[in-house]
Design a binder for this molecule. Structure first.
Ligand SMILES: O=C(O)C1=C[C@@H](OP(=O)(O)O)[C@@H](O)[C@H](O)C1
Ligand SMILES: C=C(OP(=O)(O)O)C(=O)O
Length: 428
C-alpha cells in the first residue's frame, strides 16, 4: 500500500480553479452534540466528511440506538459498559467527555496514543466539581477515561482555566442547558481560541438557548432546545490551504463556493491575514473569490491566539516567501495533533528556515532559505502538517508528503482537489 504522495507542478505556476470544500469540522462537531442532546429536535445540514466528524456521528448514533433499546431501565443502563474510541479527534474527545458525563451508563472513552498525551484534566476536574463521576484509566489528567452515570448535579458553579484549550469550555457550555441547575462558568486567566467559544454560544442561540456572558462569567440556565436546523458552513481552516496556494503561485484565481463573510469560524480571519500577502477575497455568487495581486509584504507580526489552526499555514507561507516574521499566541500548539512547534522547526530546517522560540514568541529566520530539487516532509500524524507544506510544490520541483492519509481527519479530498487545481499527485 502506498503511504506517501509525490507532488509537483509543471509549467507556469498559474492556478485557476473552483474548489468545493467540505463542512466545518468545528461547526459539525458542535451541531452533532447539540442534536444528540436535543433528542432529535435539532437536525444538521451539510455534514462534513471529515473523519473526526464521521467518527463522532457514528459514536453518537450508536449510543442513541443503545439508549432507545434499553428504554428507561436506568439500573441496567449503568451496568452495561460502552467502549468509545474517538481516534485522533481532540474536539470530539473533549465534547464527548462532557456529553457522556451526563448520560446514564458506564463508558470507557479512549483514542489514539497521541490522544492519551493530550491533556483533559481541566475538563474532568470541572465536571467532577459539579457531580460528574469520572476517573483516569491510565495517567492522571489524560485519556483514557472511565465515565459513570447517572449524573447527579451537586453544584451550578464551575471555575475553569481558559488558557489551555477552549474546547473544555465549549464542552461544558453545550451540556449546560440540559443540566438540572444549569451552569455558571467562570473562566480563569486568559481565554485562548475565543472565537470557538463564541461559535458554541452562537450555535446554541440558533437553537433557542440563551446565555449571559458578563466579563469572564458565562451563565446558561436550564432550557429546552427549539426544533431547528443547524446549517454548517464549509471549513475555513481548509480554505486556508487555498490561500497558501494562491500566495505561492505566480497567478491565482480561485473560487470557494459556500463560504461567506459573516462566518462563525474564527479561521475566516485568513481573509484579513492574506490581504497582507496580496490575496484579495471577494464575496459574491454565494462564495469567495481569491485573486492574487502584486503587493510588497509589510506585516511583520502575526498574533494567532484566536486562530491557532492557521499557524502552520501562515508560517509556511512566510518561510516559502522568505518573509522574516514574528508569531505570537502559539502557546497551545504543543498539545495539538503533534507538538506543532517542534514539527515546524524540524520540517522548515529542510529548506534552511529557522523557527526560533523566544519567551512567548516565535521568530522566523529565512536568511538560509533554499529550495532543493526534492524535499520529503514528515507529518507526525498531523493533517495540518501535510496540508500546510503541500503548497511548497509551487516552489520546489518535487515535494513528497509522508503518510498521505493524515488529511482524512479534516479534509479527505485534499489530494484530489490539488490534482483538480493542476498539481501532479502521485502515490508512492
Ligand atoms: O472547538 C473547536 O472546534 C476547536 C478549538 C481549537 O482548539 P483549542 O481551543 O484547544 O485551541 C482548535 O484548535 C481545534 O481545531 C478546534
Ligand atoms: C487541533 C485540531 O483538532 P482537534 O483538537 O480536534 O484534534 C485541528 O484540527 O487542528
Amino acid at each position: 500500500m502506498s503511504k506517501n504522495v509525490l507532488l509537483s507542478f509543471t509549467g507556469n505556476k498559474q492556478i485557476d480553479t473552483e474548489i468545493k470544500l467540505t463542512g466545518s469540522k468545528s461547526e459539525c462537531n458542535r451541531a452533532l452534540v447539540i442534536s444528540a442532546l436535543s433528542k432529535g429536535s435539532v437536525s444538521v445540514e451539510n455534514l462534513s466528511v471529515a473523519a473526526d466528524t464521521v467518527t463522532l456521528n457514528k459514536v453518537l448514533n450508536e449510543l442513541g440506538e443503545k439508549s432507545l433499546e434499553l428504554g428507561n431501565v436506568s439500573n441496567l443502563k449503568s451496568q452495561i459498559s460502552n467502549l468509545v474510541d474517538i481516534g485522533p479527534a481532540g474536539t470530539a474527545m473533549r465534547f464527548l467527555t462532557a456529553f457522556l458525563a451526563i448520560q446514564d451508563g458506564k463508558f470507557f472513552l479512549t483514542g489514539t496514543e497521541r490522544m492519551k498525551q493530550r491533556p483533559i484534566g481541566i475538563l474532568v476536574e470541572a465536571l467532577k466539581s459539579i457531580g460528574g463521576n469520572i476517573s483516569y484509566e491510565e495517567n492522571e489528567g489524560f485519556p483514557p477515561l472511565q465515565i459513570l452515570g447517572p449524573f447527579k448535579q451537586t453544584s451550578k458553579n464551575v471555575k475553569i482555566k481558559g488558557d489551555i484549550s477552549s474546547q473544555y469550555i465549549s464542552a461544558l457550555l453545550m451540556i449546560a442547558p440540559s443540566l438540572p441547575l444549569g451552569l455558571t462558568l467562570e473562566i480563569e486567566g486568559e481565554l485562548t481560541s475565543k472565537p470557538y467559544v463564541e461559535m458554541t454560544l452562537t450555535m446554541l442561540a440558533q437553537v433557542g438557548i440563551r446565555n449571559d456572558w458578563n466579563e469572564n462569567t458565562i451563565t446558561i440556565e436550564p432550557q429546552t432546545f427549539n426544533s431547528a436546523k443547524l446549517y454548517v458552513e464549509p471549513d475555513w481552516s481548509a480554505a486556508s490551504y487555498w490561500y497558501a496556494i494562491a500566495a505561492l503561485a505566480d497567478e491565482a484565481s480561485i473560487f470557494l463556493p459556500g463560504l461567506n463573510g459573516y462566518s462563525l469560524q474564527g479561521d475566516s480571519k485568513i481573509t484579513e491575514i492574506m490581504a497582507n500577502f496580496g490575496i484579495t477575497s471577494q464575496f459574491k455568487n454565494g462564495g469567495v473569490y481569491l485573486k492574487k495581486e502584486p503587493k510588497q509584504i509589510e506585516r511583520k507580526i502575526f498574533d494567532l491566539k484566536e486562530c491557532p489552526d492557521l499557524a502552520q499555514t501562515i508560517v509556511v507561507i512566510c518561510a516559502a516567501l522568505g518573509h522574516d516574521a514574528t508569531f505570537t499566541g502559539l502557546e497551545t500548539l504543543k498539545i495539538k495533533e503533534t507538538n506543532r512547534v517542534l514539527a515546524l522547526q524540524t520540517e522548515l530546517a529542510k529548506i534552511g528556515v529557522k523557527f526560533i522560540e523566544k519567551n512567548l514568541s516565535y521568530k522566523l529566520d529565512c536568511s538560509g532559505l533554499h529550495f532543493p530539487e526534492k524535499i520529503t516532509i514528515s507529518t507526525y500524524e498531523d493533517h495540518r502538517m501535510a496540508m500546510a507544506f503541500a503548497p511548497l510544490a509551487l516552489k520546489i520541483n518535487q515535494v513528497e508528503i509522508e503518510e498521505k492519509q493524515v488529511v482524512e481527519k479534516s479534509y479527505p479530498y485534499f489530494w484530489d482537489d490539488l490534482e483538480k487545481a493542476g498539481f501532479s499527485v502521485v502515490s508512492t
